[in-house]
Design a protein around this ligand. Structure first.
Ligand code: TMP
Length: 214
């Protein structure tokens, strides 16, 4: 049983998800919503340990299937220890990446069979589907440039070639196109303020429209 609201932010490298998540959190706090922000891989101490295994080191350190299993292992910890209990308490959960990232990164970009990913999804995530997924979309070169400006050397995934990131972008767009009810695509080449305005009006429309009409 979920009583709260589950919103996920997705996108390639440098799309600005973390900044937008914080701005959305502030907006919801102003509306007196009990909200928590979290991220994947990670979000709880056990999953953060798995995150370290995934994001640090050489790009070819794991076989793609191992990597897929590690992401789902981290997700199982995250759901069981944080997401599910929070939703049951009626909290809103804002998550920086969730299962669509596995479909896009390990499925579309690393060529793990999408049916394998669906089976693991059914096992680990079950019926827990985000109420809304916001996909921040931007051209690969722009995203990688922004990610490079932000960090020292980047994580394992940022170091993989442009073709990988193009498959990733196409994958995310296909996921969104296949599930228009859950997913909204936002042009992330816009300014931080413009992107935030689009996200806030999307959330207000989706979850507070009866208040707006009053
Ligand atoms: P972050 O940079 O958004 O914090 O995410 C860490 C990296 O992990 C990012 O490069 C994307 C990658 N990732 C996957 O490959 N599969 C997944 O399922 C998730 C959640 C993240």
């Amino acid at each position: 049983m979920t009583a709260g609201v589950f919103i996920t932010l997705e996108g390639g490298e440098g799309a600005g998800k973390s900044t937008q998540l914080k701005l959305l959190e502030q907006h919801l706090i102003a509306r007196r919503i009990d909200v928590i922000c979290t991220r994947e891989p990670g979000g709880v101490p056990s999953a953060e340990i798995i995150r370290g295994l995934l994001v640090d080191g050489e790009t070819d350190k794991w076989r793609p299937l191992t990597e897929t299993l590690l992401h789902f292992a981290a997700r199982h910890e995250h759901i069981a220890r944080l997401i599910q209990p929070a939703l049951e308490k009626g909290q809103w959960v804002l998550c920086d990446r969730f299962a669509d990232s596995t479909t896009a990164y390990q499925g579309y970009a690393q060529n793990i069979d999408l049916e394998t990913i669906s089976s693991l999804y059914r096992l680990v995530v079950g019926k827990l589907e985000p109420h809304l997924t916001i996909l921040l979309d931007l051209p690969v070169e722009v995203g990688l440039e922004r990610a490079e400006e932000r960090g020292v050397g980047g994580n394992r995934y940022e170091q993989i070639g442009v073709k990988f990131h193009q498959r990733l972008r196409d994958g995310f767009l296909e996921i969104a196109a296949n599930d228009l009810e859950r997913c909204s695509v936002i042009d992330a080449t816009q300014s931080i303020e413009e992107i935030s305005a689009s996200i806030l009006s999307l959330v207000d429309e989706r979850f507070f429209s009866s208040e707006i009409e009053r």
